[in-house]
Design a protein around this ligand. Structure first.
Ligand code: ZN
Length: 271
């Protein structure tokens, strides 16, 4: 079941899509989307199909667990050694924005980079699970742009500020189940020009191993996001750019880039 979240008349619906991409079910609660709870009146499904309905980030995660240096060539371009165990950090859920929403460049950085990544959405709570059991706990896959203030990351060493600004976690557009991550190819484009392109099979720590490892540290809950690291080719974003992260089986996560203007605030609730 492919899943999106769409806003209609100020109400945010989780939407199950049929094979043609049209709404087949809708619910206000992700956990109730399946089975008979996901049924919705035909009129609501038709209205959710309208082109002017706002597409949102597909979940509001309780936490976003990110993996650093999970592709050999990216570790090389950063001049860093390949870690013995997955290098983990958290990105705040308040950084999430949906497809089409602007990435706002903060005034205190002059070097903000894109990092296109495959993201895993947890479907069932996971605590201390083996790699073999990981697929049972995955709802599906989507895309995350791990936007990073590179100058601040270099200066402070710790990642919280460099990766935690509002709008620094574009997420979406669709959650797609039952993919084999090793078979996926991820690409990041800026203004149509390819900046990053890699097989997700090149990950140093593959998805099952990563999620098993993380679940031995913290319980993963439904809706949590694991972002699996970025391949080489990270680079700067400037006002007026449009950055796209894509995996053909999932879709395109496209976001414009804007300069910060004082007095404005970010879009609300991951819109
Ligand atoms: Zn990253």
């Amino acid at each position: 079941m492919r899943i999106q979240r769409r806003r209609l008349d100020q109400v945010d619906h989780f939407v199950a899509l049929d094979a043609e991409g049209h709404p087949a079910g809708a619910s206000l609660d992700l956990a109730l989307l399946g089975g008979r709870h996901g049924y919705a009146p035909r009129e609501l499904l038709q209205r959710l199909d309208a082109p002017d309905v706002t597409l949102l980030a597909p979940v509001l995660p309780g936490k976003i667990v990110c993996v650093g240096l999970n592709y050999r060539h990216h570790a090389e371009e950063m001049g860093k050694a390949i870690p013995d165990a997955p290098l983990l950090f958290l990105k705040p859920p308040s950084a999430v924005i949906g497809p089409g929403a602007p990435i706002v460049l903060p005034p205190d950085s002059s070097e903000v980079h894109h990092e296109g990544e495959l993201a895993v959405i947890i479907g069932r709570s996971a605590s201390r699970i083996s790699p073999a059991r990981v697929p049972e706990h995955i709802l599906g896959y989507t895309l995350l742009n791990d936007v990073t203030a590179r100058d601040i990351q270099r200066r402070e060493n710790k990642y919280t500020r460099a990766k935690g600004y509002d709008t620094f976690a574009p997420l979406g557009p669709t959650i797609v189940p039952d993919l084999d991550p090793a078979q996926l190819v991820i690409e990041t484009r800026v203004n149509g020009e390819v900046r990053q392109s890699s097989s997700c099979g090149d990950m140093i720590f593959p998805v099952a191993e990563l999620i098993s490892h993380i679940s031995h540290i913290m319980t993963l809950l439904p809706g949590d996001v694991i972002s699996t690291g970025t391949p080489s080719g990270v680079g700067p974003l400037r006002p007026g750019d449009v950055v796209e992260v894509s995996i053909p089986e999932i879709g395109v996560l496209s976001n414009p880039v804007e300069a910060f203007e004082s007095g404005t605030s970010r879009p609300t609730s991951a819109g």
